[in-house]
Ligand binder design. Structure first.
Ligand SMILES: CC(C)(COP(=O)(O)OP(=O)(O)OC[C@H]1O[C@@H](n2cnc3c(N)ncnc32)[C@H](O)[C@@H]1OP(=O)(O)O)[C@@H](O)C(=O)NCCC(=O)NCCS
Length: 178
């Protein structure tokens, strides 16, 4: 039976192993990895899928800011990823289930914008669209064309036309909705 809960400190090695299986051992060379560090992981928001207790799926979140290059105004946001499903269980709807649960939680929590680096073909179904033609640079200046965003339509502030993505220090959830 598949169950869902959050990430716990004891999951660290199991999570590494799952990510290696899903993405391959060179996964840490991907640009999205350079955006993340343990200090800003929003572990309360993470969702782990377990099959009879074994970790088989995960989605994690990170605290980021989008800084307007003209005004230097800083907009809080959440970076989603990695989303990973054990190769033995891919294509059976588990990734979609994790995404649905994650986005519902973010919506209920009042998070206005979620960004990720990934394939539009997969994430479009969950309401993501390309950040381009707005240009948001990433640390290392890689993969900006794969940067996707899901913004609440009633959000008072939207992404700047030209900006940069920065790692934000860990903040309390209540401070994060904008
Ligand atoms: C991508 C991933 C998370 C999807 O989870 P999943 O449980 O396998 O996917 P689901 O069963 O929910 O959805 C399957 C659908 O997604 C599509 N899909 C899967 N990966 C895709 C991709 N990278 N681009 C476009 N479509 C994709 C499948 O073709 C299938 O389409 P269909 O519904 O029209 O048949 C999972 O396959 C995985 O972990 N892959 C390796 C790591 C990875 O690439 N992570 C995402 C980074 S972009």
């Amino acid at each position: 039976m598949i169950t869902f809960d959050r990430e716990w400190p004891a999951d660290s090695l199991l999570l590494d192993s799952l990510l290696d299986r899903a993405f391959g051992p060179d996964r840490t060379n991907k640009s999205s990895y350079s955006l993340r560090s343990a200090s800003n992981a929003l572990t309360d928001l993470s969702i782990m899928a377990r099959l009879d207790g074994e970790l088989v799926g995960s989605v994690q979140f990170w605290s980021i800011s989008i800084v307007d290059m003209l005004s230097e105004y800083s907009l809080p946001a959440v970076l989603l990823g990695p989303l990973a499903i054990d190769p033995d269980l891919q294509g059976q709807g588990l990734g979609s289930e994790l995404m649905r649960r994650a986005l519902k939680m973010l919506d209920l929590g009042g998070y206005d914008r979620v960004l990720l680096v990934g394939d539009l073909e997969y994430y479009r179904r969950f309401g993501f669209e390309r950040v381009m033609p707005r240009y948001i640079s990433l640390p290392g200046r890689r993969d900006a064309d794969r940067l996707l965003v899901r913004e609440r339509k009633d959000s008072l502030k939207s992404l700047p036309i030209v900006g940069r993505l920065e790692i934000a220090p860990c903040v309390a959830d209540a401070d994060f909705a904008a």
